[in-house]
Design a protein around this ligand. Structure first.
Ligand SMILES: C[S@@+](CC[C@H](N)C(=O)[O-])C[C@H]1O[C@@H](n2cnc3c(N)ncnc32)[C@H](O)[C@@H]1O
Length: 249
């Protein structure tokens, strides 16, 4: 099953083209105005059908079914288009990673941070890297709890980075970088932490194997690299479950 954003664009686009290529000539020939509510519902139904037969996850089916009817409804609200532009810019500034690499922003919780602090304490003073560091929700509390360790965060979504930069202020053991995680030199760190998504994990594991030094530790929150047996799994007491998959290099 292929659920990439490109596939979703293709499914929705196919539904739009199919319905409009029938409706437009039909109402043009009858010299009647296009009934946009019915047309949007028809597009939603066809998109839902396409998403179902191509076995997309249930939330994509809901999105496909509801998208065009919602567009029609929102159009009726006569909202100034500038707001849509501003909302799109805001989303891009925060969720750039979702568009470019299928890695959106969601945050490690307190229990996970506590489990990471225990893992780091076992190792003694360490150089820690958070790949895709979000708002600093791991680096900031860890830097406070473990002042003898050093924490680096790579984040490439501009607004997210800026908020994390603000939270990192006044903490000399944090280096907060606006950069692509694929540019990080993993060999410079004792512990590398990633809380990303299933999509980048095969490529990331290749990078980990190529760059991390013997004795260092790679930790992936929730998304294990496929086909690799972790040396240890730390079950974090939270719901939904967020296991930490640990790989000793
Ligand atoms: C799931 S969040 C995790 C945030 C943080 N590490 C935490 O545990 O709370 C993933 C973050 O990775 C960022 N990200 C995605 N792709 C990236 C890339 N290529 N380079 C840097 N950051 C990226 C996203 O913007 C997002 O903030």
């Amino acid at each position: 099953m292929n659920s990439t954003p490109k596939r979703q664009f293709a499914l929705q686009g196919a539904a739009v083209i199919l319905v409009l290529s029938i409706a437009w000539p039909y109402y043009g020939w009858k010299a009647e105005a296009m009934p946009w509510l019915e047309t949007s519902l028809a597009i939603g139904g066809v998109a839902l059908f396409f998403a179902t037969v191509s076995r997309q996850p249930w939330w994509w089916r809901v999105i496909h079914g509801g998208f065009m009817p919602l567009v029609w409804y929102t159009y009726g609200l006569a909202i100034d288009p500038i707001w849509f532009l501003l909302a799109a810019i805001f989303l891009l500034l925060v969720f750039r990673g979702a568009l470019s690499g299928q890695v959106p922003l969601y945050l490690s919780n307190k229990q996970t941070v506590a489990a990471l602090a225990d893992l780091l304490a076992e190792r003694g003073p360490s150089r820690f890297l958070d790949l895709g560091a979000g708002l600093g929700s791991t680096t900031v509390p860890l830097a406070d709890a473990l002042p003898d360790s050093h924490f680096t965060g790579y984040e490439n979504a501009p607004l997210t980075w800026l908020v994390g930069r603000f939270f990192s202020l006044g903490r000399p053991n944090i280096r907060w970088r606006w950069d692509d995680l694929w540019q990080a030199r993993l060999g410079e760190y004792d512990v590398v932490y990633a809380f990303l998504s299933p999509a980048p994990m095969p490529r990331l594991w290749e990078k980990v194997k190529a760059e991390m030094a013997p004795g260092s530790l790679f930790i992936s929150n929730s998304f294990p690299p496929p086909g690799v047996t972790p040396d240890r799994i730390v079950d974090v007491d939270c719901n939904p479950p967020r296991p930490l998959y640990c790989y000793q290099l």
